[in-house]
Design a protein around this ligand. Structure first.
Ligand SMILES: *Cc1c(COP(=O)(O)O)cnc(C)c1O
Length: 388
């Protein structure tokens, strides 16, 4: 089936790269659990496949689907989000180069740049990406090779202006990278807003069922040469996703649009409920009009997503108690699955950034709102609040 480039998001999610099996007519193409491919004579390959580190049809199906959803020219799938980030940074950066990242960037990204790439002579600055003058001041023209944007941010859901930052990046010659893990292409299209490369932890909403770890890169039109170079790094360094992981991710992505609508609707209800409770000092959710990034989010996104954080009036002690007293919201790291999760960033996901500029207050609790019945989730929240 030929799908038009103008097809809608959900149509692309279900059909891009997912043509039925021509041999049997199977609606779902087989999962190619193979490491190698028979050659019809030396170097005479069928469909270009030689060895599965270089390429596998199940991975190709996922990469095609990813490129279509982010409206890019190529998608690449990796063993994890950080493996995707590492392949990109290794391709783009050389010793002496400089990276500008947000001061609330994902902790693992900060750790990768600081502790791994830092050891190879890469320097970085962390800035408040909401302060455009501070971003301009942090960029060293000709030396800053990457401007790394993450919006909404984790865990305080700060919204940054992709259009304005992409303009600054372009003027200074820095590659503009957007980590679109929290919003997903269902709610935010960074390439249309000026990004050069989109990064995902597909472990989260794209996979969507907490059953697979993976990562992805998608390149914007005009980035053909970089896409070629990173494809080489993917092949040469080898952090690819396996076929079964790629299949699970593809399967999850087919329902991404409908899941993000439900995640967003329920998160909005929960944010409103929490905002009116005296035990909660503050709710961080871009769907609330009180959120400083609300207007920008309404402009830049087509929904506010399923992630929110709260600040407990009772401080760190109350935050711990709340996080340990929900039932449907299970206490765990990660996010973006169909099941709701609760997390205490200071002690869990953000423990590695304690003592750095990215430290998160002990009074913060983060919720990943799943797609269970909203009434059950609200009741769970009410019971946890009653125990404060
Ligand atoms: C989880 C996450 C990552 C890292 O992805 P992994 O799949 O865990 O390697 C990167 N960015 C964001 C925003 C994340 O939430």
């Amino acid at each position: 089936m030929n799908i038009s480039d103008r097809a809608g998001f959900d149509t692309l999610a279900i059909h891009a790269g997912q043509a039925f099996d021509p041999t049997t007519g199977a609606v779902i193409p087989p999962v190619y659990l193979t490491s190698t491919y028979v050659q019809d004579g030396i170097g005479n390959l069928r469909e270009g496949y030689e060895y599965s580190r270089g390429g596998n049809p199940t991975r190709t199906a996922l990469e095609t689907q990813l490129a279509a959803l982010e409206r890019g020219i190529r998608g690449l799938s990796f063993a994890s989000g950080l493996a995707a980030e590492d392949a990109l940074l290794r391709t783009v950066l050389a010793p002496g180069d400089h990276v500008v990242v947000g001061n609330d960037v994902y902790g693992g990204t900060h750790r990768l740049i600081r502790k791994v790439h830092g050891g190879w002579g890469v320097r970085h600055s962390t800035v408040d990406l909401g302060d455009l003058d501070a971003v301009r001041a942090a960029i060293e023209p000709g030396v800053t090779k990457v401007l790394w944007i993450e919006t909404p941010s984790n865990p305080l859901m700060k919204i940054t202006d992709i259009v304005a930052l992409a303009e600054i990046g372009r003027e200074s010659g820095a590659l503009v990278v957007v980590d679109n893990t929290f919003a997903t292409p269902a709610l935010q299209q960074p390439i249309a807003l000026g990004a050069d490369v989109v990064v995902h932890s597909t472990t989260k909403y794209l996979g969507g069922h907490s059953d697979v770890v993976g990562g992805a890169l998608v390149f914007a039109p005009g980035q053909e040469e970089l896409a070629e170079q990173v494809t080489f790094t993917q092949f040469a360094a080898g952090a690819v996703s396996g076929p079964f992981d790629a299949f699970l991710t593809t399967r999850g992505i087919k329902t991404l649009g409908i899941r993000m609508q439900r995640h967003s609707a329920t998160a909005q209800l929960i944010a409103e409920r929490l905002a009116s409770h005296s035990g909660i000092a503050r709710v961080y959710y871009p769907g609330l009009e009180s959120h400083p990034g609300h207007e920008l989010a309404a402009r830049q996104m087509s929904g506010f997503g399923g992630m929110l954080s709260i600040e407990l009036a009772g401080g760190g002690e109350a935050a711990r108690r709340f996080a340990e007293s929900t039932t449907l919201f299970q206490l765990a790291e990660s996010l973006g699955g169909v099941e709701s999760l609760v997390n205490h960033p200071w002690a869990m996901t953000h423990a590695s950034v304690r003592g750095t500029e990215a430290e998160v207050a002990e009074s913060i609790v983060r919720l990943s709102v799943g797609i269970e019945d909203a009434n059950d989730l609200l009741a769970d929240i009410d019971e946890a609040l009653a125990r404060l």
